[in-house]
Structure formats: structure tokens, C-alpha cells
Design a binder for this molecule. Structure first.
Ligand code: NAD
Length: 471
């Protein structure tokens, strides 16, 4: 069966994945028309904004959109039209952890995937290749196929592929330009293999052939969950070791350096921190936990659950260290929290460690001043309100203020807590910060970002992850 040559692509979901991924496809494949659609009009308006005030912050993204938008890249709320015209449709909608009902707290909420799939089935009047871009539980493609076949128009055929996305927020454009690998899963039928070749041809416009891996559908779906689970496991492992370092006098940087030299382990992703955040790691591990439980594999579920529990422990341990070090009370004390995004170079705050830390400081009756260079103030208020739903926003605003610079946030503070590894925090004028803080002035580096020795010379008392206090 000859593969279909893809001429028009529709991407359902204009978020952190659908937006950058399909913008890069449009840039690299000028002969393919790419339309990214979303039900969220505000988001689409932002993608279309004349001054390129895009709805997400990613280094390099504006350049990509500037080059392709209006040429062969379009953003629209007209989901049906884009589905109808496309020969290949990415489903890149959100798959959050279920908040209520059966499996709440663990299972993936597949409502958005199902609604998008039903829409495709209802609207399509010609053959389509439907590609799971969202991260989904293993065998979701089977449910999608059942829905598509039960609702399709006569003579309309759908092939389903899995093509999980491995980009990391903050480096999304670099990751998309030069991916470690592109993974495409298909049924091992002539139709499935042919659809897989069609998508591989799209990527081969810029990705070397040896980096395009083709596997079975279920392996592809599981590989995405497995990759995130193993990355998060590495962070939890190094964070578990950081606790031992703090108690023994070992230095986690030195330990990570030493173990990373082992070629079987490797040096990447061994940085201790206040804990991982982001919309994916926790969600995808919990998804794996739920899957393992559904398959009656309780020991496997317990193994992966521990990675998330270790992460929660690390955040709480850090908050407790702040309180302990500030003479066991932070009541009425100003704590400056530098960084609110879950990592540097993104404005995304989902599952950010900063949210947990601020909530802990609020519960200890501290006064908190927050600064982040990218996260909009409205987003910070929304996150803090969601973290404490029973506390009125006005009450939260009495305890927390949002500042427009790191220097402003640190003014009259007793302690500075670095929650996100923004480069600018390395470069702020720490002498000025020190001069304007109450004394003794403390710094708690949750990201191993600043030069602790330099800060100590200024006069700060510095506590970092993975080292005994003030050493
Ligand atoms: P997101 O919430 O930023 O974007 C999803 C978008 O889909 C939203 O704008 C929403 O309005 C839209 N949407 C939902 N249902 C729709 C429908 N029926 N029709 C049209 N639009 C619809 O989510 P995201 O971060 O882009 O993640 C998308 C998927 O990719 C998730 O499964 C996630 O796990 C996975 N993923 C995310 C990342 C990441 O770093 N964010 C990386 C790899 C994979």
C-alpha cells in the first residue's frame, strides 16, 4: 500500500505541545498547510495576535511563528473545517489526572481525547490519519478506533497512529528542531504501516531517518509514560540522596558528579532540587500507577508511586528546613520567593514546587513576596487560589504580594527562597539585595543555582539542597 502524501494537517489543541510542535512542522514543511485549532478563543486570538504576544513563552517560538504564520501555518477556532480539510489530524489535547470519580487522583481524564475523537468521526467525510500526540494510557488508540468506527460516515476510513511528544518545556524549539528521536507507533497491518510511513515522511523533512523510530502502537503509547517515569525517577533518586548528604556532610553536587561519570549512569538529569514539577511527570507516573493497579500488579504500582511520594517529601523537607533555620518560626516574617514557574524558560506553573512552598509558608503565617520574570500575575493568583480553595482571595492577598523585580521582592525580607532556576537570579545584584534585607539575611537555594561562597562573603547565611546548613 503506497503511503498517502500529507498535504494538509490539522492539530486539535493549541497548547504547550500542539502549538510549538505544529508550528515547527509548518516551518520545516512549507508545502504542507498546517492549521492548529482550539476551542479556547482567547488562546487562538493570542496565537494570531499582530504583535506576537503568544499564549505560551518558549525561547525561539516567536521566530518560528513569525516565519510560518499566514504562509502555511494558521490558527483557528473552526475545528470542523480544519478536520474536514486535513488528511492527517494530530490530537494534542490535555489529558490531566482525574479530579473526581473512579480513579480520581491517579487515572488520566480522557474526556478531552474522547470529545476530539468523536468530533473527528462526526465531521470527517474522507479518509484520515488520526495521530495521538497527547500522552495517553496504553491501549487508548483502541478506544479511539472503536469510537471512530462506530460514528464514521460510510466509506470513511481512519488509521490511528501514536506519536508521543518528548519535547521539554523551556527547550521545546531546540528539541523539536533536533529531537533525540521521533517515535511513531502503528498497528502492524499494511494500512497501519502505510500510515506510519506517511507521518515519517513529514518528519523526514528535517529529522534524520535513523532518528525516526517505528514501533507497535501499544509500545509507543507505553514508551512515553515509561520515559517520563524514568526521568522523574532519576530526580527522585538524586533528591533522596540529597537528604542523606544534608545529614552526613557529603555534597550532592560532588556525589552526582562522581556517579555521573559511570558511563552506564551518565551525567544528565542528576541535579538535586526542591522537587520536580510540570504538567507531565507526576501525572504520567500516576497514570502508570493506575495502569499497574488495573492490571493487578500492586507491587509495580507501589514501586512507581514511591517516585511521586519522594518528590512530595522533598518539597516538604525543604519548607521545614526554611522554618527550622529561621529559628523555628516564620510567623510575620517576610519570605521572598524567587521564581513561580515550574522550571526556567517557561511561563508554565502547573505542579510548580513554588506553589507548595508558598502554601507551606502561608500556613506558618509568613508574609510572602513573589517574583517571576515570565508568569503573569493573574496566573499566580489563580494558582494560589486553587491551592487554597477555602481561603478567600482577599485573605491570600493580605499575606502574599507579587513583585515586578527580584530586588523589590527581597526588600525587608528575612529570607530569599530560590524556587526556579531563572538565570537572572544568578546575576542579580546580591550586594543590593543584602543591603535591603533584615539581618541575619538567609538564602535558601532550592535549585543549586547561586554561588553560595560568594553570597556568604557578602554576609548571607546560605542553605542549599544536598549540603548541611551553612556549609
Ligand atoms: P494544554 O492544556 O496546554 O493544551 C491543550 C489544549 O487542547 C487546550 O488549549 C484546550 O483548550 C484544547 N482542547 C481540549 N479539548 C479540545 C477539543 N475537543 N477541541 C479543540 N481543542 C481542545 O496541554 P499541553 O501541555 O499542550 O499537553 C497536551 C498533551 O501533550 C497532554 O496529553 C500532555 O500530557 C502531553 N505532553 C505535554 C508536554 C508538555 O511539556 N506540556 C510534553 C509532552 C507531552
Amino acid at each position: 500500500m503506497a503511503p498517502v502524501q500529507v498535504k494538509k494537517i490539522c492539530c486539535i489543541g493549541a497548547g504547550y505541545v500542539g502549538g510549538p510542535t505544529c508550528a515547527v512542522i509548518a516551518l520545516k514543511c512549507p508545502n504542507i498547510i498546517v492549521t492548529i485549532v482550539d476551542l479556547n478563543k482567547a488562546r487562538i486570538d493570542a496565537w494570531n495576535s499582530p504583535d506576537f504576544a503568544l499564549p505560551i513563552y518558549e525561547p525561539g517560538l516567536v521566530d518560528v511563528v513569525k516565519q510560518a504564520r499566514g504562509r502555511n501555518l494558521f490558527f483557528s477556532t473552526d475545528v470542523d473545517k480544519a478536520i474536514e480539510e486535513a488528511d492527517l489530524i494530530f490530537v494534542s489535547v490535555n489529558t490531566p489526572t482525574k479530579k473526581s470519580g473512579v480513579g480520581a487522583g491517579f487515572a488520566a481524564d480522557l474526556n478531552y481525547v474522547e470529545l476530539a475523537t468523536r468530533r473527528i468521526a462526526t465531521v470527517a467525510s474522507s479518509n484520515k490519519i488520526v495521530v495521538e500526540k497527547s500522552t495517553v494510557p496504553c491501549r487508548t488508540a483502541e478506544s479511539m478506533r472503536t469510537i471512530l468506527e462506530a460514528n464514521s460516515k460510510p466509506g470513511c476510513h481512519f488509521d490511528i497512529l501514536s506519536n508521543p511528544e518528548f519535547l521539554a518545556e523551556g527547550t521545546a524549539i531546540d528539541d523539536l528542531f533536533a529531537p533525540d528521536r521521533v517515535l511513531i507507533g502503528s498497528l502492524q497491518t499494511p494500512e497501519g504501516i502505510s500510515a506510519c510511513e506517511s507521518l515519517a515522511q513529514v518528519y523526514s523533512n528535517w529529522v534524520p531517518k535513523e532518528r525516526i523510530l517505528t514501533v507497535g502502537l501499544w509500545s509507543s503509547e507505553l514508551s512515553k509514560l515509561a520515559a517520563n517515569a524514568m526521568l522523574a525517577q532519576r530526580i527522585s533518586s538524586v533528591n533522596a540522596l540529597s537528604a542523606i548528604c544534608e545529614a552526613t556532610g557529603a555534597n550532592i553536587d560532588e556525589v552526582a558528579h562522581a556517579i555521573g561519570y559511570d558511563s552506564r549512569i551518565g551525567p544528565k538529569f542528576l541535579r538535586a532540587s526542591v522537587g520536580f514539577g510540570g504538567s507531565c511527570f507526576q501525572k504520567d507516573i500516576l497514570n502508570l500507577v493506575y495502569l499497574s493497579e488495573s492490571l493487578h500488579l500492586p507491587e509495580v504500582a507501589a514501586y512507581w508511586r514511591q517516585v511521586v511520594e519522594m518528590n512530595e517529601y522533598q518539597k516538604r523537607r525543604f519548607s521545614k528546613r526554611v522554618v527550622d533555620t529561621l529559628f523555628n518560626t516564620i510567623t510575620g516574617k517576610r519570605i521572598a520567593v524567587l521564581g513561580f514557574a515550574f522550571k526556567a524558560d517557561t511561563g508554565d506553573t502547573r505542579e510548580s514546587a513554588a506553589i507548595t512552598l508558598i502554601k507551606d509558608f502561608q500556613s506558618e503565617k509568613a508574609i510572602v513576596s513573589v517574583y517571576d520574570p515570565q508568569v503573569p500575575h493573574d496566573q499566580i493568583w489563580q494558582d494560589l487560589q486553587e491551592a487554597s480553595p477555602l481561603v478567600p482571595l482577599d485573605t491570600i492577598k493580605k499575606q502574599v504580594s507579587i513583585c515586578n523585580s527580584a530586588i523589590e521582592a527581597c526588600k525587608n525580607a528575612e529570607a530569599v527562597v530560590i524556587a526556579t532556576e531563572w538565570k537572572e537570579f544568578k546575576e542579580i545584584d546580591w550586594e543590593e539585595v543584602y543591603a535591603n534585607m533584615n539581618k541575619p539575611a538567609f538564602v535558601f537555594d532550592g535549585r543549586l543555582l547561586v554561588d553560595a561562597d560568594k553570597l556568604r562573603k557578602i554576609g548571607f547565611k546560605v542553605t542549599t539542597i544536598g549540603r548541611p546548613s551553612n556549609t
